[in-house]
Design a protein around this ligand. Structure first.
Ligand code: GEK
Length: 241
């Protein structure tokens, strides 16, 4: 896994963050060092998917990046025992995902789609995973996307959803951000890397409060909503119909 050094040298101006080839090539290192408990999130989500995925249903991973969830699911479930569609609009991310699946001999298990998740039709969904991707969708389009997820879920189906959030209380918000940057420093990012990445993500990653996410989930019709993991400004939900 290549090390993420994208923001390690000073830039005169920091362009908006993109999921381009440079980012894709270091993505796994970047996400493991930037998302608290990322390995735990993927491991437990794969186990949850395994529980609720019944014959005739599909698993969707919307914003699949390099396919960490697909790989975790392949480790848990034998070839041919599940149907999965993994979607991402970044070509370089999907190229890496495809190669990993081929190398593991599991390419036939997963359908990869290079598309905007807003344009994808979902059908017979047993589980839909949306990890740290809604935050990159324009806020005005988020209701429609989650409504589409809800409408596609079969009885007994689940949405597994994770986001970076903000806190409405400024003092608590500052505290969360402070601890988040502390974690990034502990994981080897310098002050310069942290501040240039923050600048790059401005207006690209648009976080919402947990309450605003939960209000949307309720509006869309989800009846069971559980925060199963929370670490300062990071939150993972299980949502059932
Ligand atoms: C993981 N879920 O490893 N349509 C499709 N893909 C999109 C769109 C869109 N409109 N916008 C962004 N993406 C993964 C991590 S990363 C999170 C998800 C992060 C894709 C984008 O190309 C990228 O691969 C992914 O969403 C977000 O659990 O980097 O913070």
């Amino acid at each position: 896994m290549d090390r993420d050094t994208i923001y390690s040298t000073p830039r005169t101006s920091v362009p908006p963050f993109e999921f381009n080839a440079a980012v894709a090539s270091v993505f796994d290192d970047m996400i493991h060092r930037s998302v608290p408990m990322y390995g735990e999130i993927i491991r437990r989500q794969a186990q949850l998917v395994q529980r609720c995925c019944r014959p005739g249903t599909r698993v969707y991973d919307l914003g699949c990046s390099t396919g960490n969830l697909a790989m975790a699911l392949c480790r848990l479930m034998p070839a041919g025992s599940f149907e999965m569609v993994a979607v991402d609009s970044s070509r370089p991310m999907l190229d890496i995902c495809r190669k990993r699946l081929k190398d593991a001999g599991r390419f036939d298990d997963i359908t990869l789609m290079g598309k905007d998740i807003r344009q994808v039709t979902l059908d017979r969904a047993g589980a839909v995973v949306v990890n740290f991707t809604l935050q990159f969708i324009p806020p005005a389009d988020r209701d429609e996307l989650l409504q589409k997820v809800y409408d596609a879920l079969m009885p007994g189906g689940m949405l597994l959803f994770s986001e970076k959030t903000i806190h409405a209380d400024q003092e608590l918000s500052d505290l969360q951000v402070d601890f988040y940057y502390r974690l990034k420093k502990e994981n080897g990012y310098s002050e310069l890397e942290i501040s240039q990445k923050r600048e790059a993500l401005e207006n690209v990653l648009v976080p919402e409060t947990m309450e605003s996410h939960q209000d949307r989930l309720i509006r869309c019709g989800f009846s069971g909503i559980d925060v199963w993991l929370k670490w300062f400004n990071f939150c993972s939900w299980i949502c059932t119909r």
